[in-house]
Each structure stands twice: as C-alpha cells, then as structure tokens.
Design a protein around this ligand. Structure first.
Ligand code: IPE
Ligand code: IPE
Ligand code: MG
Length: 249
C-alpha cells in the first residue's frame, strides 16, 4: 500500500505515539462484565454501548481514520432469543440516539454485514445513517452487525460470479473490491477485549497482516487508557510483512 499505515497521534496522545490508520475492535466480555456484578447479561450489553460512545470519541480525538467494530456476528443469532432481541433493540437505539452526535463529530457510518434478519425499520435506519454521514471524513466507522468474515467472502464470490468475472481476472485486489470494506485500508491493529485469543470470524481476509492485541479487561471497562496501552504495544511491534528485520531499515 502506497500510503503509510501510521501517522503521528493528535494532541491528546503522547507526542511520539504513532496511531494506526485502521483499528478493528472485537468488543467481547459484556456478559462476563455483567455476571461479575450479578447483573443480567443485558446490563452488560447496555454498558458496552455506553463504552462504545467513549471509545469512538477517543478514536476521533486520536486521529484514527478507520474503526471497524464487531457488534453482532453471524453466529450470534444462535444465542437465546431474548438476548438476540435485546441486541437488535440496542442497534435501533444507537441509531436513534447517537446518530446526530456522530454526524456532528464527522463520523462516516458504514454497515458491514448482511441485512437479512434485520427488521425493515432497522434496515431503513441503517441506510439513512449511512446516507446522512457519507460525506464525513474524520473517522470511517464500519459497524459489523450481522457480520461474518466467511459470509463476507461467500458474498464476494457470488457477486463476482454474478458480474461475470473470469478466472483470469480474479486477483487479491479484485477480491478486496468485492468485500464490505472495499476501498479502505486493511486493519493495522485488531484489538480483542476480555482476554480471548481467537478471531471469531472477524475480518478474515483483511486481517492477514494485522497486529493482534488482547486486552485483559471486559469491553465495558476498556477505556481510553486501555486504548493507549494497546497503541503503545502496537508501536513496539515490528511489522515485517514477510521480510527480514534487516530489510526494513
Ligand atoms: C460481546 O460480549 C457482545 C457480543 C458478542 C454481542 P459477550 O456477550 O460475548 O460477552 P461474554 O463473552 O459472554 O462475556
Ligand atoms: C465475537 O464475540 C463477536 C462479537 C464481539 C460481536 P463472541 O463472544 O460471539 O465470540 P465467541 O463465541 O466467544 O468466539
Ligand atoms: Mg463473548
């Protein structure tokens, strides 16, 4: 990629800190956060949404250009019906209550994932959030809702076949263009909260050379300090992309 994948952080971060252009975020641990407080899982999801607002703002302040959040996976439909309903309701609430503020802050909202399974009213809200914010340039926020990395690749293949793409034309660049994240840089850093060390079907293609960071805290407790810790770790990593260390100097 021709453009650099890092840039100096804005004023609120240590002067030497370079921030990644694109961060992926697996927001995990809402249920355990609630359980540790003897609260229902729904309370954890609510606290998770409140934290998301803070972290989006921190990313805007830090000058991060692309943030991809994993909010609901294609596998999460298998959760108890009431929990699924609660998560769908939270998406509606976020779209109702946060859109204006996000728009004011210059956030461009994009949806990554399938729209099947979502209520028509939710679909319309998502579409109008995307349309309303499409010219914002401060931060691109990819909302992974009903997102799965494998489903995304299946979708890309189907679209390519529908477009009559021939085998000679298939290339990594072409596949990139058929993904939900078409036109955006790959994530430089993928953060997962709640200590789990797995990908859970998130950005399978785009994460080929992402640096991974596991935060020990549950998502509702992942604050700006935790984000800065993740960025410091990222700054200490040597990204070799298959080369040797010596080739990088
Ligand atoms: C992440 O928290 C939110 C979603 C996956 C929707 P979890 O609900 O997975 O929380 P844990 O992993 O059970 O603690
Ligand atoms: C991954 O978390 C999905 C989201 C954060 C939306 P899960 O809690 O669903 O993942 P697993 O089941 O532990 O792998
Ligand atoms: Mg989980």
């Amino acid at each position: 990629m021709a453009t650099p994948s890092t840039q100096p952080a804005s004023a609120t971060a240590p002067a030497t800190l370079k921030v990644p252009r694109h961060i992926g975020l697996i927001m995990d641990g809402n249920g355990r956060w609630a359980k540790s407080r003897s609260l229902p899982r729904a309370a954890g999801h609510k606290a998770g949404v409140e934290n998301l607002r803070r972290i989006i703002r921190a990313c805007v302040e830090l000058g991060i250009q692309h943030l991809t959040i994993y909010a609901f996976s294609t596998e999460n439909w298998a959760r108890p019906v009431d929990e699924v309903k609660g998560l769908l309701f939270l998406l509606d609430q976020v779209l109702d209550n946060e859109l204006q503020e996000l728009h004011r802050e210059g956030v461009q909202i994009r949806h990554i994932g399938r729209v099947d399974g979502l209520a028509d009213s939710t679909r319309r809200k998502l579409e109008s959030a995307v349309a309303m914010t499409q010219n914002n340039t401060r931060l691109v926020l990819n909302v992974g809702f009903n997102y799965g990395g494998r489903a995304e690749i299946v979708n890309a293949i189907k679209q390519m076949l529908a477009d009559g793409v021939t085998s000679d034309e298939v290339s990594e660049e072409l596949i990139d263009r058929y993904l939900y994240t078409a036109g955006q840089p790959d994530p430089d850093l993928i953060i997962r909260t709640a200590g789990e060390l797995r990908v859970s079907n998130f950005l399978l293609w785009q994460g080929a050379y992402s640096e991974y960071y596991a935060a020990d805290v549950y998502w509702p407790d992942f604050d700006k300090n935790e984000l800065l810790k993740a960025l410091e770790h990222f700054n200490s990593r040597e990204r070799r992309f298959g080369k040797t260390s010596e080739q990088l100097v």
